[in-house]
Design a protein around this ligand. Structure first.
Ligand SMILES: [Zn+2]
Length: 550
């Protein structure tokens, strides 16, 4: 029998640190170098400063890895860094997103079905080359045993030299590149693994601060000022429909060349429905937008909305019936203190499969959910929030029932880079058209109720569909393109509500061209629900001036 001796290298620990530093600075930062290379202002004579930038990244890696890849942590942390850089590299290359704190927050709050939508067979190769092969290699390497005194001394010297190198390379690189990095802020969020480390640290600090803070109440003086003593079936019903990822640019009501609003357009033409033309979102992803929409704080308010009660708490305090129906990845904490229903567990054979439902499920579940609310509250009025799946990407094709797909062929691959742009737009436009159908069906249902009713729809943020090579959403707000922040908003008020509450649709239509934003939602809904409180700013209520006595 022949004994086979497997040769395994035994490294000096700092050599391994250096190898990892080189890997992360080069292959691990492929998207960053590619983005830098493509900048028009770097075409030509900037080789020396680009090299200096490479040296800077390398020496920062020496410092960071020299201080973190220690003793028993070396293998595990190395694999974690490789996994983080391979994953973010894939998403940056495939979708041109950048990795900032809100993107990571969104990733941490995502659910299994969202993850399933993002995973694709295309991830196999990047995972193999960026993570599996280097990861296995890394895990198998052994280091030479050194006395702790000697190891500590050498490591300190290594880190000290790396710090000096960092300072020198930083000065050289930033003489030329400081303005470039300032002009292209998104580049900062492309540097692996510091984008992820920075985002997690930011969120960790934020969360630790949140946990220690008690919930601050809002509108303690809230009171209902409308008619009392109504039968529950006669009291007003307001539906607040929160759209998902629907951008104004692709909405027929907004003048899009394609007819993505075949059912709502006639209502607008007959003056029954108002489309608001210039509405901007509070954030560029659900995690930011949703709490902000329901908060009394505006987008530019620095205070943290997380520890503050929201619109639904105020409505509930005023004695109204309030509920939240969710056909998405949850209400991000907004509905915690009110009755809510998640469609995730439903098994409606016509509308749901594999734990996911089409948005018509919201209408199917609505009557039953309303019945469950307390009758004494319902007598004052009901506000129900419907949170849609809408145009949630990248698997747009999954959002629309087969029979309602109008624009074909559509992209049926979740890795959008494998599809022709026109098929991606087709799939997206089908979701816009399906949202139109869902909203029209809700209005149709409201029309059949004798009670005064109204519907207010607004999308949480927009979406990039290949403009400047960008896809999806979540760009930092300051540099986000209009496609991600300009959202559609629609209001419909029943004739019974118009006559009883005196709210005139034609008056609202005159205001439809004014600039509004998510900041208006809190105050407008309180106005519609006839709830008085100090927390309400009437200047932000869109219906102000269109109701008697205002
Ligand atoms: Zn969203």
């Amino acid at each position: 029998m022949i004994a086979i001796k497997v040769h395994r290298s035994v490294w000096h620990p700092l050599t391994l640190v250096a190898l990892m530093a080189v890997w992360l600075a080069t292959f691990g930062n492929w998207p960053f170098w590619q983005a830098l290379w493509r900048l028009p202002e770097l075409q030509g004579a900037t080789w020396p400063s680009t090299l200096a930038l490479g040296a800077l990244l390398l020496s920062v890696n020496f410092v960071f890895l020299g201080l973190s890849l220690l003793g028993p942590w070396r293998k595990l942390l190395g694999v974690v860094f490789l996994a983080a850089s391979a994953t973010t590299t894939y998403f940056m290359l495939a979708y041109r997103v950048v990795i900032d704190p809100t993107m990571i927050a969104n990733a941490l709050h995502t659910d299994a079905r969202e993850v399933r939508d993002l995973l694709s067979i295309d991830m196999l190769w990047p995972a193999l080359w960026g993570f599996v092969l280097p990861g296995v290699w890394w895990w198998r390497q052994d280091v030479r045993p050194l006395s702790w005194r000697r190891a500590a001394w050498q490591r300190l010297l290594f880190v000290a030299i790396a710090i000096v190198l960092t300072v020198i390379a930083g000065r050289l690189a930033f003489q030329d590149l400081a303005s470039t990095m300032r002009n292209h802020k998104s580049l900062r969020y492309m540097i692996n693994p510091y984008n992820t480390v920075y985002a997690l640290a930011q969120l960790g600090v934020g969360r630790a601060a949140d946990v220690s803070k008690p919930l601050v109440s809002v509108g303690e003086d809230a009171r209902y000022t409308g008619a009392v003593g109504l039968a529950a079936a006669d009291a007003p019903l307001l539906l607040v429909v929160v759209g998902e990822t629907l951008r104004a640019a692709n909405v027929g009501l907004a003048g899009y060349a394609r007819d993505t609003s075949p059912e709502l357009s006639p209502l607008k033409a007959s003056g029954e429905l108002v489309y608001f033309d210039k509405v901007s979102a509070c954030g560029t992803n659900t995690q930011v937008s949703l709490p902000c929409m329901f908060s009394p704080l505006g987008r530019e308010d620095d205070r943290d909305a997380q520890n503050l009660e929201n619109l639904l708490d105020v409505l509930q305090r005023a004695g109204l019936a309030v509920t939240w129906l969710d056909n998405q990845s949850g209400c991000k904490g907004i509905c915690e203190r009110i009755p809510h229903l998640d469609t995730g567990g439903l098994s409606d054979p016509a509308l749901c499969s594999q734990g996911e439902c089409f948005d018509e499920i919201l209408l199917a579940q609505l009557p039953g959910q309303l019945q469950k609310l307390e009758p004494s509250r319902r007598a004052r009025g009901t506000v129900a929030v419907l949170h849609m799946m809408g145009s949630h990407g990248p698997a747009y094709f999954k959002r629309v029932p087969q029979a309602r797909k109008h624009f074909l062929p559509e992209c049926t691959n979740q890795a959008l880079q494998n599809c022709e742009l026109s098929t991606i737009v087709n799939a997206y436009d089908n979701t816009a058209r399906y949202t139109d159908h869902v909203l029209a069906s809700l209005i149709q249902w409201l029309k059949q109720q004798a009670r005064p009713s109204a519907l207010l729809f607004v999308s949480d943020h927009g979406e990039s569909l290949g403009e400047n090579g960008l896809f999806l959403h979540g760009m930092p707000y300051a540099i986000a393109p209009l496609e991600q922040t300009h959202v559609p908003m629609v209001m419909w008020v029943s004739p019974a509500w118009q006559s009883r509450a005196g709210l005139k649709t034609d008056c609202l239509a005159k205001k439809a061209g004014q600039p509004y934003s998510h900041d208006n939602l809190f105050h407008t809904v309180l106005g519609l629900a006839q709830v008085q409180t100090q927390a309400r700013n009437k200047n932000l209520d869109i219906t102000e001036g269109c109701r008697p006595g205002t």
